[in-house]
Design a binder for this molecule. Structure first.
Ligand code: T3D
Length: 263
């Protein structure tokens, strides 16, 4: 599929997706969302892809919903926000969480509204020291979506999540790091090289097991202990049957570095 609003590149086993509407801070309109959904699905289906990197072109990561697309029009019925969220944002969050491979967000600048929560749905968030996160929804009378009310309280606790979502204050990358919201803060010129190196390194690991680990972490957000212990046992069973386990343990016993194939 040829893309107009995102750039999709592959380097080795890493698929990079760059949101590419810099003139509107990569805000998300329906055509861009459709391209993003398709790119994530392709990254999931392609067995040679073992890590995904998501970033934005220009000075922003993503300013959330394109408000021009969501503008009220006099004389027309109100926009169906619920349907839009279900069709556009929810599938993207599900895709990010269900991809059986790690997804790294490289937050190059401001991440606002759905754009902030898009980043938080990724497995690892690298941010430029000049980046910021704004739960902008309340500024325009909306509520957080794109999984924000699921991930934020779990990442930073209810008190900070309440302040972020109700006050819509800018959270700097360094604050986000201190709050446990993101994984790493990087100098702006190092962001993409470091995120790429990190993704390439992850892509050489035991991808099948990393995918199962992601399933366990997803499930841990809602399971009780018994359910989680059962799932750990099941998925350890699957991991133990993988080629990567065979290679990993053989390499350990032979005192050499493993060569994982990701299966
Ligand atoms: O159905 C549904 O749609 C519901 C789903 C909702 C999900 C949501 O994400 S709701 C939240 C939507 N996002 C926002 O409210 C954020 C809006 N943007 C901002 O508050 C600011 O732009 C930022 C704080 C992100 C950055 O500020 P600043 O001063 O660095 O940049 P700027 O000058 O405001 O923006 C630069 C340009 O991008 C500007 O266009 P111009 O004047 O150069 O022609 C601005 O209009 C445009 N832009 C920024 N954000 C959006 C946008 N255009 C459309 N939609 C945007 N979200």
């Amino acid at each position: 599929m040829s893309n107009q609003f995102i750039v999709v590149e592959t380097a080795g086993n890493v698929r990079s997706i760059t949101l590419n509407r810099p003139e509107v801070l990569n805000s998300c309109h329906s055509p861009m969302a459709a391209e993003l959904q398709a790119a994530l699905a392709e990254a999931g289906e392609d067995g040679s892809i073992r890590a995904v990197l998501l970033t934005g072109a220009g000075r922003a990561f993503c300013a959330g919903q394109d408000l021009d697309e969501a503008r009220p029009v006099a004389g027309e019925p109100p926009r169906d926000f619920a349907a839009h969220v279900r069709q556009v944002y929810n599938p993207v969050v599900r895709a990010l969480r269900q991809l059986p491979k790690p997804v790294i967000a490289a937050v190059n600048g401001v991440a606002a509204g759905a754009g902030a929560n898009l980043a938080l749905a990724c497995d690892f968030v690298f941010a430029s020291s000049q980046a910021s996160f704004i739960q902008a929804f309340s500024r325009i009378g909306l509520v957080p979506d794109t999984g924000g009310t699921f991930f934020l309280p779990r990442l930073v606790g209810l008190a900070r999540a309440t302040a972020m979502t109700m006050l819509a204050e800018k959270v700097t990358a360094r604050q986000a790091f201190e709050y446990g919201m993101i994984y790493r803060v990087v100098e702006p010129d190092r962001l993409i090289p470091e995120a790429r190196d990190f993704a390439a390194s992850l892509a050489s690991q035991a991808t099948f097991g990393l995918g199962l680990t992601k399933r366990l972490l997803n499930a841990s957000l809602v399971n009780d202990l018994d359910a989680q212990l059962e799932l750990e046992a099941d998925l350890q069973g699957a991991a133990g049957r993988s080629e990567d386990y065979s290679e990993g343990v053989t390499a350990f016993l032979e005192k050499r570095a493993p060569t994982f194939r990701g299966s």
